[in-house]
Design a protein around this ligand. Structure first.
Ligand code: G6P
Length: 367
């Protein structure tokens, strides 16, 4: 496979910067930009005929599925069970004959995800998969595939495959909402319009890189980091923590902001940076009150938000990363970018092997 880093220091950096283009490429496969609708897709199942969707995956792909759950449930009123594939394969979950299964995998070769697929297959459940490698085992064994057109991803820590997976989840959720008649024509057109702007906002998001580098120099000094978010930004908080652990070896945890008081607040002191992912949305004020709890205990807050959010969250000593103002629907796709860059630049400061972090493999084909 001949892929080079171009002008970039690492594949991960290159792949982060490719996102506007690959998201656009992926969305073009699912959205009809001219008509403002979702293309007729070859579907392995009928969204209007199922009563549950069961999603399983590993690592970053699992976190994409968790965000997908919020979208499917909110817009298409379709309940989603989401599992880590290594749990799903053994937990003997009863599968309804009216359900369908969806697997998410960049490589299409992850052993636990494949085993989960086979479990669903033996139960007679129709299977779709979101895969980046089209001739992979998971793709071959699925009844239908939803390709991410991210191109080869070389960096062990997944970046562009993740935002392409999210783009497909968003498109499928709108498709499901239309088929299940849970949104009006105006609402679905509004969602499609928002989604079709994702590549443009992704380009704008890359512009916060210098600010991220400043913050990364400070993060490289600490031993523990807490990430907080609500709603679709909660899985993103977990993704931020996962990325930081993977490539900088700094211990990090991602938590639902509302869960802070049930445990992690005990960790807060002057040394502990708390990264809050919170665009100014419906529930922004709830997250602000969590930040106040952190500030009251002397915690250091790094807030990733937009200009409106920054204006409303003026707490003492808070550091902000100011993002473009984006439609709420696509916020997790766009906010994934500063989260990835923060891990990347911290790892660069630490001098770790960013593309080949210790003990990790790009694709885990054994159990
Ligand atoms: C490994 C990689 C992760 C990836 C996970 C799932 O752990 O390091 O970046 O998210 O596998 O891989 P898949 O190919 O199934 O998406």
């Amino acid at each position: 496979l001949l892929v080079d880093k171009g002008n970039h220091r690492h594949f991960m950096e290159k792949e982060i910067h490719e996102q506007p283009e690959v998201i656009s490429h992926t969305l073009a496969h699912y959205l009809d930009f001219a008509q403002g609708g979702i293309r007729e897709l070859e579907m392995p199942f009928d969204f209007a005929a199922i009563d549950r969707l069961s999603v399983s995956a590993c690592g970053t792909a699992y976190l994409a599925g968790l965000i997908g759950k919020y979208w499917f449930e909110r817009y298409a009123r379709l309940p989603v069970d989401i599992d880590i594939a290594s749990e799903f394969r053994y937990r003997e979950m009863p599968l309804s004959p009216m359900s369908a299964a969806l697997f998410v995998s960049q490589s299409g070769e992850t052993a636990d995800t494949l085993a989960s697929l086979r479990y669903c297959k033996s139960a007679g459940v129709p299977i779709g998969s979101i895969v980046n490698v089209r001739d992979s085992t998971i793709a071959r064994e699925s009844d239908g595939i939803f390709p991410t057109l991210a191109g080869p991803e070389i960096g062990v820590a997944s970046t562009k495959a993740f935002t392409c997976q999210l783009s497909i989840f968003a498109a499928l959720a709108v498709r499901a909402a239309i088929e299940r008649k849970t949104v009006s024509a105006e609402e679905s057109a509004r969602l499609v319009r928002a989604l079709s702007e994702a590549p443009r906002f992704a380009s704008l998001a890359l512009k916060v890189e210098e600010r991220i580098e400043e913050i990364a120099r400070e993060l490289a000094q600490v031993h523990h980091v807490l990430y907080l978010g609500r709603d679709t930004n909660y899985p993103l908080a977990m993704e931020g923590a996962l990325k930081l652990k993977e490539i900088s070896y700094i211990h990090a945890e991602g938590y639902a902001a509302g869960e802070l008081k049930h445990g992690p607040i005990a960790l807060i002191d002057k040394q502990m940076p708390v990264i809050v992912i919170a665009p100014h949305d419906r529930i922004f004020d709830k997250t602000v009150s969590n930040m106040q709890e952190v500030a009251a205990r002397g915690g250091r807050i790094i807030l990733i938000t937009d200009s409106e959010g920054a204006a409303r969250a003026s707490l003492d000593g808070i550091q902000t990363i100011i993002m473009p103002t984006v439609p709420e629907f696509i916020a997790p796709i766009i906010y994934a970018i500063p989260v990835q860059m923060l891990a990347y630049h911290t790892a660069v400061v630490m001098g770790t092997d960013v593309d080949q972090p210790r003990n990790l493999a790009k694709s885990v084909t054994v159990e």
